[in-house]
Design a protein around this ligand. Sequence first.
Ligand code: HPA
Ligand SMILES: [Zn+2]
Length: 335
Amino acid sequence: MKNFIENLPKAELHLHIEGSFEPELMFKIAKRNNIKIPYDTVAEIEEAYKFNCLQDFLDIYYQGAGVLTSEQDFYDLTYSYLQKCANQNVRHTEIMFDPQTHTERGIPFEVVINGISKACKDAEEKLNISSFLIMSYLRHLSEEDAFKTLKESLPFKSKIKAIGLDSSEKGNPPSKFKNVYKASVKEGYIPVAHAGEEGNADYIWEAIDILGIKRIDHGNNSLQDETLVKEIVKRNLALTVCPLSNTALQVVDDLKNHPLKKMMELGLKVTINSDDPAYFGGQVNKNYIEIQKALNLTKSDIYELAKNSFNYSLLEDEKKQQYLNELEVYYTNNK
Ligand code: HPA
Ligand SMILES: [Zn+2]
């Protein structure tokens, strides 16, 4: 089964590039930029990466992102993640980035977007991996601040496919960003958002009804509300589920109690993703492998999850079909 998962063609739809920042690269870039970080060894970092909740993690995640300053830093970070994709047979990835985490520190928007998008372009040519970028607004900041970011993004519109909403969920409901989502969609960006990770089902209702999102990041708490589940199924919206993130942030106490299988049984379209792999103990393949073991998923379940990853990507139909064909051939030969 491990081998089956490792070689399975798949897409990753929920990944924060700042969350893919591995300790070794963080040390290297911090040294290059003459920035002090509060750890000297990987062991010290691992000790610090023990979280009780989303906010615990976010405090450390923003601190880590604080060493990124030049276009080369953003390039190295992104290319390093894309190399890991190549090693895991991730054929397509939709990468979230948080411009405000950097512009707030005085790093120009263009430094961030140019570094990330150059790495994506090189990976397309050298590693044969396709990718889209999702510009995520930080929900702990104001809507006005998000509007500033939207404006800054417009000269780079061709490099950005979608907008997202991340950071501290509780107390920052989707409705807070109603106007900036409307304006972003008008500019041609596809709307997605984190909802129902720590926030309750009401936040998911707001995200689908008020923000009009096309995909739900996490969405675990949709299970609190039967009517909501039916509505998500009816509207054919996928959930980007992140098993190891859920246990690391104590959204789920044990993978054995993860609701993924229940979600599938209810007809929800689920995908498997790593969220912040450098912080949560594993890349996307490890997420597949661990959840398969914990819930005793079959090869057919795994095939379904990988199929969803392409079907609910933002890819155009022709490219989507090409990947789905590749996946089908693989499944037929390896089931
Ligand atoms: O899992 C997450 N949730 C919310 N915000 C985030 N920003 C990075 N990762 C996350
Ligand atoms: Zn996330």
